[in-house]
Design a protein around this ligand. Structure first.
Ligand SMILES: Cc1cc2nc3c(=O)[nH]c(=O)nc-3n(C[C@H](O)[C@H](O)[C@H](O)COP(=O)(O)OP(=O)(O)OC[C@H]3O[C@@H](n4cnc5c(N)ncnc54)[C@H](O)[C@@H]3O)c2cc1C
Length: 486
């Protein structure tokens, strides 16, 4: 009798531990705690740095640069480390961790401009401006990114009118390799404006930034399901062609039956409706539940199908109309991140992103789908957004044509063999993007070749030549620079 009870309890414990493995990362407990072994969220290229300095004032930042010059040390800069290709560190370098350099310096309510230090996160900005009924114009899909990291990638969001962050930056101050502080704007040091935004920390430390804000309007969120072939026309007629539509997010299916064919298109349009507490800031909800379902979908095809059904109903609310403030439309639970927090010693989740002119969307998706299926990539999430053509920066990802930003997340093993395989797959997708007049996002892994980078980004050589002109001793470096500069 006792034996049976112990057996049942043992079995129950095993089931609970197994179920728990989809929510908790057990291997996190055993991971190395060497503070100098640095990596980013993708954990693909960890390496030892000289030291990490977390500083909260300009004088200390300047002192580090003096020391680096004297001792010929390299310097890398990190925000919230969500880039995925070693953009925030370098072997034996001093890493400037900007997370404590995070004060809000000024808010000009009348002109809707905020001055904020570069280590602040969008979360901090949203909290500060919410009582004034102001909202951010452009930020990423989540509020955890720093302002410095956002500018350095020239990140984009869901807004249909202003899609990349450069469109909202008035000016910033830059601490350069000589220890000088420069004012940078479209009229003062204009070349640096075009190099530093989208420049991945290679020209100096962004200190504080003047960013344009907008009104915290009320939106209605609606979603429709459609075939991917209908998206370009639907987008031009009903979304871009409708001045009431403010934001868009598209989720393609990751299920076996409708893989990258069925789409849910969510839009947010202005409304006069309101409800009590509409301006209260929302936070991430049901993290454990969502982590569990997401974790299962990393492993099982049936769970991917189940998650897709739930996403349509719960996340995008197909068939419902939901009202919310602009700020909340850009925050969790609509823009979650905690649920994606994942640590395993054997594998990792990586993001990749392609910018494809709207007119080439369908042929690109057909080839993209074929590559992912043929190479058996474990795709766990997909989204599509819109970015307006903008060539203000040297490393513009959609310099001449309006594009769809196609973002996919996959789970890949960390083994050498698996990494080589995903590198080859990525290079095929990058070729497909280039053949469709598109580009890829430089903020993720270093899988694309140097030649591919130069084909996708025609200014690459000029960009790196300018880097040497502004920073001849190559003080500011990172793994991205090491791979692609020469
Ligand atoms: C889950 C997830 C979702 C994402 N969603 C989006 C999205 O919706 N839209 C989008 O466009 N991108 C998205 N990204 C990419 C993200 O915007 C970029 O990787 C961004 O750079 C991350 O900001 P960070 O604060 O983590 O910067 P980090 O990764 O810490 O740094 C990125 C670069 O900025 C430089 N840098 C940081 N601070 C400074 C500073 N003060 N001065 C000079 N250089 C600095 C670093 O040296 C580095 O080169 C996403 C990434 C992840 C992992």
């Amino acid at each position: 009798m006792k034996k049976k009870l112990y057996l049942s309890l043992g079995l129950l414990l095993i089931i609970l531990l197994y179920a728990g493995s989809f929510v908790f990362s057990y291997s996190r407990i055993l991971k190395s705690s060497d503070p100098l072994l640095i990596t980013d969220v993708a954990r693909l290229v960890p390496l030892k740095v000289h030291r990490v300095d977390t500083l909260d004032n300009v004088e200390d930042l300047k002192k580090v640069l003096v020391e680096a010059r004297e001792k010929k040390l390299k310097v890398s800069i990190s925000g919230s480390k969500h880039s995925q290709g070693g953009h925030t560190y370098y072997q034996d370098a001093i890493v400037l961790d900007m997370s404590s350099f995070n004060k809000i310096l000024d808010l000009d309510i009348e002109n809707k401009i905020i001055r904020v230090q570069s280590g602040a996160k969008w979360k901090d900005v949203q909290k500060y401006i919410n009582p004034y009924k102001l909202a951010v114009k452009v930020m990423q899909s989540s509020y955890v990114f720093t302002i410095g990291g956002t500018l350095s990638a020239n990140a984009h969001g869901r807004d249909l009118d202003r899609s990349s962050v450069v469109e909202t930056v008035r000016s910033f101050r830059l601490l350069n390799a000589n220890g000088e502080i420069l004012n940078v704007s479209r009229t003062e040091n204009p070349e640096l404006f075009k190099l530093v935004i989208g420049g991945y920390g290679l020209f100096g430390v962004i200190l504080d930034v003047d960013i344009e804000l907008t009104d915290n309007e009320i939106y209605e969120q609606k979603s429709v399901v459609m075939d991917y072939k209908d998206l370009p026309e639907y987008f031009q007629k009903n979304i871009k062609g409708n001045p009431e539509e403010e934001m868009m997010l598209v989720r393609p299916s990751i299920t076996t039956d409708t893989f990258l064919r069925e789409l849910v298109v969510a839009t947010w349009n202005k409304t006069d409706k309101t409800k009590e507490g509409i301006y209260d800031l929302t936070e991430e909800e049901n993290v454990m539940r969502d982590k569990f379902i997401f974790g299962l979908s990393r492993k099982y095809t049936w769970a991917k199908n189940w998650r897709w059904d739930l996403q349509k109903k719960i996340e995008t609310g197909v068939g419902e109309a939901r009202i919310m403030s602009r700020t909340n439309a850009m925050r969790p639970p609509l823009a979650p991140l905690e649920l994606l927090d994942y640590y395993s010693s054997g594998d990792t989740d990586i993001l990749q992103e392609y910018f494809i002119p709207v007119k080439n969307f369908v042929p690109f998706m057909d080839e993209f789908r074929d590559i992912l299926l043929k190479d058996k990539v474990n795709t766990i999430s997909f989204t599509i957004r819109y970015v307006k053509a903008n060539n203000e920066t040297y490393m513009a990802y959609a310099p001449t044509e309006d594009a769809f930003a196609i973002i996919y997340m996959s789970n890949v093993a960390l083994s050498k063999k698996a990494q080589e395989k995903i590198e080859q797959t990525t290079q095929k997708i990058v070729d497909t993007a280039i053949n469709n007049s598109g580009t890829y996002y430089l903020t993720y892994q270093l899988y694309p070749t140097k030649e591919q980078m130069r084909k996708a980004y025609l200014n690459t050589d000029v960009f790196f030549a300018k880097k040497l002109q502004y920073d001849p001793s190559e003080m500011f470096v990172n793994k991205f620079y090491e791979k692609y500069a020469k």
